[in-house]
Write a protein that binds this ligand. Structure first.
Ligand SMILES: Nc1ncnc2c1ncn2[C@@H]1O[C@H](COP(=O)(O)OP(=O)(O)OP(=O)(O)O)[C@@H](O)[C@H]1O
Ligand SMILES: [Mg+2]
Length: 310
């Protein structure tokens, strides 16, 4: 059985919008991605979880078509889209797949108003034509990310808080009515107090618009808030994947259990039975997690891991 078949064994039978199959990406000697397979489906969120440098952004860039894989395949609505397509098809893809970046400050141009940031993609992709159409859609978009339209539209980025800027970035991504939203660590540069609000907004938008959401994070606890499915990555590989709740409750791979044991909530330890002895083995865990030859094991209907022994 290929990994691809495995990841789509969940009960949801909807046709994926985007499918990656055995994607690798090397930068010289660095193997940033080693065999990533996943499916993004309408109305569903998939979390990509792992520590810094494990390959999350490399994967997001391939999905956003800002980069190409070294090997492996990308499908868009079931069609092979790995190599360059006609400019018309590329445009369709770029509209359908929108990205929200980590840094809400760098993503907005300081010399343009909020309204300008939202109107531009709309006009570019023909979603609005007249001035009044644009104004109405800008107001509706701001409302959909819980920003007050009248007061926000004319503001410049520096007049907004970090959370408000990230909401504008989300609104901008929605301006072209995408099918897929890729959110690469959308809250890691924001104050802790406002992170949950942004994650709830993403979940809400996913539900209302039937969007496929790829949520990228180093924080396995937030993945549980947002995503029905998750992939835990380590050193460019998928090491445990499937149903989020199942993985949180019954993590099998030692690296996943290490991530869970590091969740900073003393009242609700995710892995209560984990011993101090286990945590001392962090280095050994990382070493076995790197193993590219580890066999894939199916544990449950939608729960897979690479089997390793410590
Ligand atoms: N353009 C590039 N040129 C060379 N190496 C790269 C390039 N992009 C990524 N890498 C390397 O690929 C690996 C994966 O990087 P990537 O940015 O995908 O990780 P990440 O999981 O997003 O990390 P972070 O949590 O810090 O954002 C790293 O070793 C990184 O140094
Ligand atoms: Mg990254």
């Amino acid at each position: 059985m290929t990994i691809m078949q495995e990841i789509t064994t969940d009960s949801d039978q909807r046709q994926p919008i985007i499918t990656l199959q055995g994607i690798t990406r090397s930068f010289g000697p660095v193997q940033a991605l080693r065999g990533i397979s996943l499916a993004l489906k309408p109305g569903r969120a998939l979390a990509l979880v792992g520590e810094s440098g494990c390959g999350k952004t490399s994967c997001a860039r391939i999905i956003a078509r800002m980069d190409r894989p070294s090997t492996g395949d990308l499908y868009f609505r079931g069609r092979q889209f790995t190599s360059s397509q006609s400019s018309e098809d590329e445009k369709t893809y770029r509209r359908a797949v929108q990205m929200v970046f980590q840094d809400p400050f760098a993503a907005l141009n300081p010399v343009f108003t909020v309204a300008h940031h939202l109107a531009r993609p709309m006009l570019l992709h023909g979603h609005a034509k007249t001035r009044s159409e644009v104004a109405a859609r800008v107001a509706a978009l701001l409302a959909s990310v819980d920003l007050e339209g009248q007061s926000t539209a004319g503001k410049f980025p520096h007049e907004l808080s970090g959370g408000q800027r990230q909401r504008v970035n989300i609104a901008r991504a929605l301006a072209v009515e995408p099918d897929v939203l890729v959110a690469d660590e959308p809250t890691s540069m924001l104050d802790v107090s406002i992170r949950l609000g942004i994650l709830e907004l993403l979940s809400e938008i996913k539900r209302q618009r039937n969007l496929a959401l790829l949520y990228i994070t180093h924080d396995i606890a937030t993945a549980a808030h947002v995503a029905e499915e998750m992939i835990v990555m380590f050193a460019g590989q998928m090491i445990e994947w499937g149903d989020t709740r199942t993985i949180i409750a019954e993590a099998r791979h030692p690296y996943t259990r290490l991530l869970l044991s590091a969740v900073p909530d003393p009242d609700r330890p995710f892995v209560p039975g984990e011993s101090v002895e286990f945590l001392r083995h962090a280095e050994a865990i990382r070493k076995v997690s790197r193993d590219a030859s580890a066999a894939i094991e199916q544990i449950g209907p939608n729960h897979f891991t690479r089997s390793v022994t410590l």
